[in-house]
Design a binder for this molecule. Structure first.
Ligand code: DX5
Ligand code: ZN
Length: 219
């Protein structure tokens, strides 16, 4: 079974971002996870399409854009133009998720939907066929370095069952509080794309950290 590593640049040092991107690429990153925050959907701010377009020049890896913004439908075209390969928005951020998923696909990107800790997996049962990726948040979005919320483990199992039954090609991603201590457990629960910020960039050698994690899963 293949597991995709998606280091989150939220925890990277942007003063030396080219080097940090090279490090996680050397460590075997599959996706680069890019957290877009608007200070409204979440109480923090990050970056928009300009920065993502600039980062695009540094890497050919899959750009996995996680939009934590209100009214995501206003911005998905811009993120696609900037080079996003996967565009994930929040279920809680729009009343017309199905329309937005199919719009993202019409742009030639993979369409993802994310649920916050408050939202049951069951809310996705009428959307799963329209998704290329489901992202289960295992922290309340907004900041890196938070603790994994234990209930998320069961939600991953629920999402795995929904995906297996209805759209096996859909990728199940987990985001928040994942590191060496619970990596095996989230994979066993069904996650196949693993977002990790502080547990990768918070270590002295992100490439070695990722390689160690890969070896851990193989062992
Ligand atoms: C949080 C972001 C995450 C964040 C995860 O809202 O969506 O992608 O970078 O950071 P860690 O892995 O440190 O919990
Ligand atoms: Zn994220």
């Amino acid at each position: 079974m293949s597991v995709l590593f998606a280091p989150s640049l939220l925890s990277a040092d942007f003063a030396r971002i080219a080097e940090q991107v090279r490090e996680v690429e050397a460590g075997g990153a599959d996706y680069l996870h890019l957290d877009v925050m608007d200070g409204r959907f979440v109480p923090n701010l990050t970056w928009g399409p300009k920065i993502i377009g600039d980062l695009r020049k540094l890497s050919t890896r899959v750009f996995d854009c996680h939009l934590m913004i209100v009214e995501p439908e206003r911005y998905v075209d811009d993120f696609r133009k900037a080079g996003a390969d996967i565009i994930t928005f929040h279920y809680e951020a729009t009343p017309h998720a199905q329309r937005l998923l199919s719009h993202i696909r019409s742009l030639g990107a993979k369409a993802g939907i994310s649920i916050c800790p408050q939202t049951p997996v069951a809310m996705l049962q009428d959307l799963v066929e329209d998704c290329d990726l489901i992202l289960v948040m295992s922290v309340n979005p907004g900041f890196g370095g938070q603790r994994f919320i234990p209930r998320a483990m069961e939600k991953l199992r629920e999402a795995r069952a929904l995906i297996d039954a209805r759209n096996p090609a859909c990728v199940l991603e987990v985001d928040g509080g994942v590191g060496t201590e619970n990596l095996r457990a989230v994979v066993d629960a069904g996650a196949r794309a693993i977002v990790m910020g502080s547990s990768v960039f918070g270590t002295p050698d992100p490439a070695a950290t990722l390689r160690g994690m890969r070896a851990m899963l193989a062992g």
